[in-house]
Design a protein around this ligand. Structure first.
Ligand SMILES: Cc1ncc(COP(=O)(O)O)c(C=O)c1O
Length: 391
């Protein structure tokens, strides 16, 4: 076996994993790694969660797929469950985060078209990440993902994140929606002012725009609330999520309420696999465990513990520009690019990510124990100290 037959979209990958359990992964050689990335904010409940695994096995031997020409109970139950949790009213199920955002973008465009705006504009943020499909990469506020893919789509305007005045200045009468991450993930774990979402809500209300939150990464207890917007006690018009929703099952959801909930009607959108009984039954168990085990509070507690540990260990390092986090979404911004830390951490048995060049991003399973948090903090801090010592 080699990588020769795999399209080279991910660059060199040195590790091949064969097994996971809880917060650990094992490679082909039998080495164990503490996973502080959880499949990029996906396996919030850790790997091979017994209840999720059992649900999947049972559902696979009962009913895997029917297409959306028919109803199945798991999809109905999961949609009810998500609406009850979020205050949203209708759900469209997709297979990924990008597709959930595609649904949101289509809602916004049709919302505009229905109002007679033929060239509707969606405002998105610099530094944002919304996916790799043509519409979502156009929405993304990072030129790297766009290079080589012109022509891009019309109808997106980018403004600085966490800046209401600049957003107001960019607004035209063609604007129909604002699409924003409550915390920017790929952009470097950027946390806006605490009332940013409230201000956006107000602005959207004043202008009849849809407030669309991309909670692909921040949803499902990652930031210490079930959904990040719940920190602000606002109600968005559209919320997308994926990643932690299925703990590894490919499922995404675009949720809408009020005027946004009625826009997509028969024939306007669809997916062959989206929300099939396997992924929905699995996601139902994930949601049940998140709720029952109060994983939101646990994520907040362990996240704060990690922040404290980092502040104590490397807070005064000359190399550390800022340590920031919300729940189990933690970023340590260095004063220099540090992509080599990913490999160095793996050599010490720890999986981390570096994003936006200089930000060490940690997205551990939300079930991380105190001891495991100590291990994460110790290894990452030692890497930063070693880098500093190298000058
Ligand atoms: C905020 C956000 N939106 C959208 C996406 C795209 O999700 P997917 O890779 O499942 O298409 C991601 C993935 O990292 C994300 O973090």
């Amino acid at each position: 076996m080699s990588t020769a037959s795999i399209m080279n979209t991910y660059g060199e990958r040195k590790l091949t994993f064969t097994k996971g359990e809880g917060c650990y992964l094992w490679d082909k050689q039998g080495n164990r790694y503490l996973d502080a990335l959880s499949g990029i904010a996906v396996c919030g409940l850790g790997h091979a969660h017994p209840e999720v695994a059992q649900t999947i096995a049972e559902q696979a031997s009962t009913l895997l797929h029917t297409s959306n020409l028919y109803l199945t109970d798991p999809g109905l139950e999961l949609a009810d469950n998500l609406c009850a949790e979020t205050g949203m009213e209708k759900v469209f199920f997709s297979n990924s985060g990008a597709e959930a955002n595609e649904a949101a973008i289509k809602i916004a465009r049709k919302y505009g078209n229905d109002k007679g705006i033929t060239k509707p504009v969606i405002i998105t943020m610099d530094g944002s990440f919304h996916g790799r499909t043509m519409a979502t990469l156009t929405a993304t506020g990072n030129s790297k993902v766009k290079t080589g893919f012109t022509p891009l789509l019309e109808g997106f305007v980018h403004v600085p994140y966490d800046n209401i005045d600049e957003l107001k200045a960019a607004a035209t009468s063609d604007v129909v929606a604002v699409l924003v991450e409550p915390v920017q993930g790929e952009g470097g774990v950027n946390i806006p002012a605490t009332d940013y979402l409230n201000q956006l809500r107000e602005l959207c209300d004043q202008n009849d725009w849809l407030l669309m939150l991309d909670e692909i990464q921040t949803g499902n207890c990652r930031t210490g609330r079930h959904f990040a917007f719940q920190h602000n006690q606002i109600q968005p018009d559209v919320v997308t999520t994926a990643k932690g929703l299925g703990n590894g099952l490919p499922i995404g959801a675009c949720m809408a309420r009020g005027k946004a909930a009625e826009i997509l009607v028969p024939g306007t959108h669809g997916s062959t696999y989206g929300g099939n009984p396997l992924v929905c039954q699995g996601a139902l168990t994930v949601q049940k465990v998140l709720k029952r085990d109060r994983i939101d509070s646990k994520a907040m507690e362990t996240g704060n513990y990690l922040l404290d540990s980092f502040n104590q260990a490397i807070g005064s390092s000359a190399l550390v520009k800022e340590i920031r986090g919300m729940g189990m979404m933690i970023g340590i911004e260095l004063t220099m690019d540090c992509p080599e830390l990913v490999g160095k951490a793996a050599d010490k048995g720890l999986l981390i990510n570096v994003t936006a060049g200089s930000v060490i991003r940690l997205l551990p399973p939300l079930t991380l124990s105190k001891q495991q948090a100590d291990d994460v903090a110790e290894i990452v801090s030692s890497l930063v100290n070693e880098l500093e010592a190298q000058g």
